[in-house]
Write a protein that binds this ligand. Structure first.
Ligand code: NAD
Ligand code: ZN
Length: 343
């Protein structure tokens, strides 16, 4: 049987829709009929064929890792899943053998493989996924939300890294992940949540998703002015770096309270410079974030949606799978939030 798939066929800009064989699940895998997928910044890098993609992606390969679908076949035995279940899945496949895996700290596995990056992805009508990566969807949550659980998980993992109740939070970068993080911080009880960007479309979207956030274009207004207008006497208690931009990172370091905590999700360019002495004398705590905690982050994502967190308007475009090129160009323009493609 054949299926439609988006294949990174050649080592050059673009993505090609092809008819390929439906895969067969190996032992310990499920075959998923994919319902909806979402485009990640990583997919855009692969589409655009930047230096990271050139160094990382082996063509030809089906890419994509954000999705929701239905189990149509299971190869092996599963206590947790049945044919017919609606599932999403963790995009990082871990080794299960290393020290961290054996200790249950799967997100710290050094042998992690990314679905749609280091192994076959899910931009296709069917995909094979290890049973250990699947997440059972709650039918009370709209199915399309599960198509963005992967980036919502990045936002959750980062935002829940430090104590939030009553804290003042600075988020640099109002991409989809920064915006979702802002809504999470408010949901779990932060006081002031300030989100910065240089693009008004993104800041307007942040206000739409989370009306109580303070959205600031730092190309026009300084963080100092914002602190004053909020009546903040000292710096931010928590910083979530979600832009991958060195200027934003340095401005965050400049605006933290002594002893403040910073979580770094944004991927900085190699050789990025910060003034380490500001971290030393400010007694700042810095934590790197990669992926999601398996599966505590997934649990929290579910329970926060069940307890009233609404991030649905971060999905700004819904397109047909065959119109993927339009979706990628929209992502590249910066004038979008999450884009969901339906099969
Ligand atoms: P995105 O590119 O959509 O958003 C980044 C935003 O930062 C953009 O809106 C951009 O305008 C803004 N920005 C650029 N320079 C800025 C500055 N000086 N000040 C304030 N804002 C600025 O990305 P996203 O999908 O929301 O992801 C956020 C970041 O997290 C990216 O760097 C991405 O590569 C990274 N990421 C990391 C992981 C991980 O596991 N560590 C996972 C997913 C994404
Ligand atoms: Zn491991």
């Amino acid at each position: 049987m054949k299926m439609r798939a988006l294949v990174k066929k050649y080592p050059e800009r673009g993505l090609w829709e092809e008819m390929v064989d439906v895969p067969s699940p190996k032992e310990g895998e499920a075959l998923i009929k994919v319902h909806k997928v979402a485009i990640c910044g990583t997919d855009v890098h692969i589409y655009d064929w930047n230096d990271w993609a050139k160094a990382t992606i082996k063509t030809p390969m089906i890419i994509g890792h954000e999705y929701v679908g239905q189990i149509v076949e299971i190869n092996g035995h599963s206590k947790s899943f049945n044919v017919g279940d609606i599932v999403s899945s963790e995009g990082h496949v871990v080794c299960g053998k290393c020290r961290n895996c054996r200790a249950g700290r799967f997100h710290l596995c050094p042998n992690t493989e990314g679905i749609g990056v280091n192994r076959t992805g899910i931009f296709a009508e069917y995909a094979c996924i290890p049973l250990s990566n699947l997440w059972l969807c709650d039918p009370s949550i709209p199915e399309e939300m599960y198509a963005i659980f992967d980036p919502y998980g990045n936002a959750t993992h980062t935002a829940l890294s430090f104590e939030m109740v009553g804290e003042d939070v600075l988020i640099t970068g109002a991409g989809p992940i920064g915006i979702m993080a802002a809504a999470i911080c408010k949901h779990v009880g932060a006081r002031n949540v300030v989100i910065t960007d240089l693009v008004d479309y993104r800041l307007d979207l942040a206000k739409k998703v989370c009306p109580s956030v303070t959205a600031v274009n730092t190309g026009k207004v300084s963080i100092d002015e914002v602190k004053q207008s909020l009546g903040m006497k000292e710096g931010f208690d928590v910083g979530l770096e979600m832009s991958g931009n060195a200027k934003a990172l340095n401005s965050m370091i400049d605006n933290m309270i002594h002893g403040g905590k910073i979580a770094l999700l944004g991927i900085q360019n190699p050789g990025t410079v910060v003034d380490w002495n500001k971290i030393v004398f400010g007694c700042l705590k810095i934590k790197g974030i990669y992926g999601r905690e398996m599966f505590e982050t997934w649990h929290k994502m579910t329970t926060m949606l069940q307890s009233g967190l609404d991030i649905s308007s971060v999905i700004t475009h819904r397109l047909n799978f065959d119109d993927f090129e339009k979706g990628f160009e929209l992502m590249l323009s910066g004038n979008s939030g999450k884009i969901v493609l339906s099969l």
